[in-house]
Design a protein. Structure first.
Length: 380
């Protein structure tokens, strides 16, 4: 089949917002599209006036908005002038679609949590008036897209409930954003020793402090697990963001020990952590996709995750499922890991076949060509 080469502008996220997964996604697209021979430019808003105030200052976010929605626009038209197509890589940046005017444009929607929270769908994540206004702006701006890509069927279902317009769409699953694989033998032991760990002697959780990551639920599940003699010496490694004050207070109140906080973890270190873990404990309340599920499977790490979409859609048969709001169910889940470890690892490796970079990029190319055809654009 003849592949049309395109000039594509990817619009990534504002670095000061610290959205690492979104940055990884944009870089993944840039790298793999370039490999296919496309001319790809990844542009992001520059951090300018945001530097004028400390991170925690109450007005800092407004300076960030100035960078993103005022200063970024100054040379936006010039940056996309020669593009055949513009791809906004994160739905939170949907207001940029308006600036593209008649240029063919596509946007990726990763999750509807912010929008649905602003609409009152999640009582555990109340939204202030300014946040509700911003999320309405984001939602309404999606109507300017010529096509929407959703990262899972669950994400498409969530947006279907809140979108009042019918925009053509596709579901395109992520590939791994780094070449994760199992570490074994002496290499694994030495790497874990540097972190003060031993293979098979800890559970691993990977994630930030967003409400839906359920990190307090991870701690509660670990507490239930530790009540049983067979797991009394087990440790829990929580890799990602620093503990919240609520987590620290809860652990102190419960006298919960053997919990290790690891922040600023590199891909190489994370690969080691997955490879040596007894299991990944990932009881999220919600996810848009759930990259750690695939990362764990790539490293031969058994997965315990939530019995709800999209976790069930992404992890497939290579996981043991539990109710994330019932921490006591983690004990039976871990028993199942112990009893069926080899089968789960094998199923996880097989599941990964659905998430290749070639398949992902081929589907993006097909989506791009649909947009160009529907817009009547011509590509040399």
């Amino acid at each position: 089949m003849h592949m049309v080469l395109m000039k594509i502008v990817l619009i990534g996220n504002y670095t000061a917002d610290g959205q690492q997964s979104m940055s990884r996604y944009a870089v993944l697209l840039h790298r793999e599209l370039t490999k296919r021979g496309h001319s790809v430019d990844l542009i992001t808003p520059t951090v300018c006036v945001r530097h004028l105030l400390p991170q925690r200052h109450r007005l800092a976010k407004w300076l960030g908005y100035a960078d993103k929605y005022l200063l970024f626009r100054l040379n936006f038209a010039r940056r996309i002038r020669n593009a055949d197509l513009v791809h906004v890589c994160d739905h939170s940046n949907s207001p940029y679609l308006v600036w593209c005017k008649r240029k063919p444009k596509i946007i990726t929607c990763h999750d509807a949590f912010g929008i649905r929270s602003a609409l009152g769908h999640y009582v555990q994540n109340p939204t202030r008036a300014s946040g509700r206004w911003l999320q309405r702006w984001i939602l309404n701006s999606l109507s300017y897209a010529d096509r929407i890509v959703y990262v899972s069927e669950k994400t498409r279902e969530d947006f279907t409930h809140v979108l009042s317009i019918n925009v053509p769409s596709d579901v395109i699953l992520h590939a791994l954003n780094w070449s994760y694989g199992p570490c074994t033998g002496d290499e694994l032991e030495r790497a874990l020793a540097l972190l003060g760990l031993k293979a098979g002697a800890y559970l691993l959780h990977v994630g930030g402090n967003q409400w839906y990551k359920n990190r307090l639920g991870v701690l509660r599940a670990f507490q239930e697990i530790k009540k049983h003699d067979r797991y009394s010496r087990l440790k829990l490694v929580m890799a990602g963001k620093p503990f919240t004050s609520a987590m620290k207070v809860w652990m102190q109140q419960q006298s919960l020990s053997d919990v290790i906080e690891l922040t600023e973890i590199s891909n190489e270190q994370l690969q080691v952590l997955y490879s040596g873990a007894m299991a990944l404990l990932f009881p999220s309340l919600e996810e848009g996709f759930g990259w750690p599920l695939l990362e764990a499977q790539a490293c031969n790490c058994p997965v315990i995750t939530s019995n709800r979409a999209p976790m069930t859609q992404i992890a497939g048969t290579g996981a043991v499922y539990l109710n994330p709001e019932r921490p006591e169910t983690a004990v039976a889940a871990l028993d199942a890991i112990t009893a069926h470890r080899d089968e789960l690892i094998s199923a996880g490796r097989e599941n990964l076949r659905r998430f290749t970079a070639d398949e992902m990029i081929s589907r993006y190319e097909a989506a791009y060509e649909k947009v160009l055809r529907d817009c009547g654009a011509r590509v040399e």
